[in-house]
Ligand binder design. Structure first.
Ligand code: GTP
Ligand code: MG
Length: 302
């Protein structure tokens, strides 16, 4: 048996389905997903073992990245920088393109920049469940004019269609080398960060307009109790008093629902009972604050 191991970065425009694909490939939910753009804010690693037909074994280190867009806030700049770094550090990058949205300005900009980088690049069309097959070939042709993709795959991260074939091809193409993580590990994401992310996912699902973008979540305490349950306290920082009112909702109804859903999901992910306490604090300008960005693992680029 030969061991293979390498990093594969999933890059693309916001909402392309990168996190859905990571979760589908890892077979477990590691990265939060929402119908809104710019959901993912930092790199999320998925660790996956795959046996090849020839008896070789591969450890795929899949890196979900924030969507790439024109950043305005310091938070946005740090997110986009994290995405590009994910690509630069990888053995192979996948450009994931929403086949229904096609070649938007964002996709064009990303592909053009990837064309100037020296790393290996594959094209993956996603959301094939939403388009008719004859539209895919012209799309691939136009994308191939923008960057030198060495392989092309078509998948539906949602239904799982085509994902196995992509995984087999990825495992086969990884460089030979020892496994970098224990075989049973699923991610390097600490539970505290996972807890904050699951709360943020509910904010993305349950609030609208600018509110989800005006929030960040930090786990203040994470303690295991003697009965096996875990007690989690998290703070939601919001930019403005109006956001706080929306987040709390009439009579506290919204924050209660965010807490209830997040607690349920966390209970399943952590496989134990969760007691979750949420605190909402107004903090104008948190998205320009280095400490808030570092709290979610983003390097402070100033
Ligand atoms: N129909 C369909 N929907 C999909 C597919 N993959 C993802 N989606 C949906 O697309 C939306 C965005 O998915 P995400 O996985 O959050 O996208 P992302 O690229 O990680 O987005 P950012 O983190 O914002 O950059 C969600 O509503 C997903 O359910 C797919 O293959 N088919
Ligand atoms: Mg994402």
């Amino acid at each position: 048996m030969t061991a293979k191991c390498g990093f594969v970065a999933i890059l693309g425009a916001p909402n392309a389905g990168k996190s859905t694909l990571l979760n589908r490939m890892a077979g477990v939910k590691l990265s939060i997903v929402s119908p809104k753009a710019q959901t993912t804010r930092f790199r999320v690693l998925g660790i996956l073992m795959r046996d090849l037909a020839n008896g070789d074994r591969a450890q795929l280190l899949l890196v979900d990245t924030p969507g790439i867009f024109k950043p305005k806030r310091r938070l946005d700049r740090a997110m986009v920088a994290a995405a590009w770094t994910g690509g630069e550090d990888a053995d192979l990058s996948l450009l994931l393109v929403d086949a229904r949205a096609g070649i938007t300005d964002q996709v064009r900009d990303i592909a053009t920049r990837l064309a100037t980088s020296s790393g290996r690049l594959w094209l993956v069309l996603n959301k094939t469940d939403l388009v008719s097959p004859p539209t895919l070939l012209p799309l691939i042709k136009h994308l191939s004019d923008l960057a030198p993709f060495t392989e092309t795959y078509m998948v539906s991260a949602q239904t799982g269609d085509g994902v196995d074939a992509l995984l087999d091809a990825l495992a086969a193409t990884l460089p030979e080398g020892p496994f970098l993580y224990p075989e049973d590990d699923l991610t390097d994401l600490p539970d505290r960060l996972l807890a904050a992310e699951i709360v943020r996912e509910q904010i993305f699902l349950q609030t609208h307009e600018e509110v989800p973008y005006a929030c960040t979540v930090e786990t203040e305490s994470f303690t295991e109790r003697p009965d096996g349950a875990v007690r989690i306290e998290a703070t939601i920082y919001v930019s403005r008093p109006g956001h706080k009112a929306i987040l709390i909702g009439a009579g506290g109804s919204r924050i209660k629902e965010i807490g209830a859903k997040a607690r349920g999901h966390l209970g399943m992910l952590l496989e134990r009972q969760v007691h979750l306490f949420l605190n909402v604090k107004e903090r104008a300008g948190w998205d320009e604050e280095g400490a808030r960005l570092r709290a979610i693992g983003l390097e402070d680029k100033g």
